[in-house]
Design a protein around this ligand. Sequence first.
Ligand code: NAP
Length: 251
Amino acid sequence: MSNQLDLSKELIGRRALVTGGTRGIGAAIAQRLVDAGAKVAVTARSRGEALPRDFAFVAGDVASPAGVAAVAEGALEALGGLDILINNAGGGSGFPQGMTSIPDEEWQAGFALNLFAAIRLTNALLPALRESKAGAIVNVSSGAATMAVSPIAHYAAAKAALNSYSRTLAVELAASNIRVNVVSPGPVTTPGSRAFSDALGAPPDLFAKKIPLGHYGSPEDVAEVVALLVSDRGKWMTGSLVNVDGGMSAR
Ligand SMILES: NC(=O)c1ccc[n+]([C@@H]2O[C@H](COP(=O)([O-])OP(=O)(O)OC[C@H]3O[C@@H](n4cnc5c(N)ncnc54)[C@H](OP(=O)(O)O)[C@@H]3O)[C@@H](O)[C@H]2O)c1
């Protein structure tokens, strides 16, 4: 590999879909892939106001089977094929009273968005990814998957399942030359993490003291690692789970 790597060109010719790409971590990933030369479509339930013109937008709710089908169809139409799939849309409400206060429908919603969305969208887009010469999937998990976090136990359990699913998928798709990796962020400053802290009546930097590097990450910190994983720089990586968390999971 040349040490004259031009990061603004390394994804030229690649087509990428980023779910939840209108804000937070997903928007930073979409921008980073565009900056590297990729053609990018983002999906979310609504377009929002600040979506850069560089992205194609496909509306859809990935938490439902019908929404996934619409997103897959719209993305293929916008991009003309697919090389990179980033399953980033995720999140969930917090329940300050603890795990046993989480209602059944919230468990189901948590799994629909944080697990089944990735499974269904991957299945829908696999035929297109199999035609790519550089197929790569990144699933965005969470450090919560390996922690006891009572108010978001449903979310954490779904992300733990996503980690397991991704590992098996990586082994299964290796023969098709499609790489599958997971990024597992720690606390990152986003609209989603702010809403979570607000709902708990907690300060926005609620977990900062638990982070060895001492502060929350930025969406761009996560996007940089995703760019590595989907590019040829990461061509011998599959089945990996990469913590991007200021050292939080190392404690
Ligand atoms: N921020 C953190 O501290 C942190 C830490 C660990 C892991 N993560 C993970 O990183 C990912 C991104 O988190 P974030 O904090 O950047 O989220 P965010 O700020 O809440 O943004 C979420 C994005 O997903 C979209 N979205 C939500 N539900 C959707 C649905 N049902 N269908 C389609 N799109 C949907 C939203 O747009 P619409 O609302 O318009 O649909 C938005 O574009 C998530 O998987 C999250 O679990 C975040």
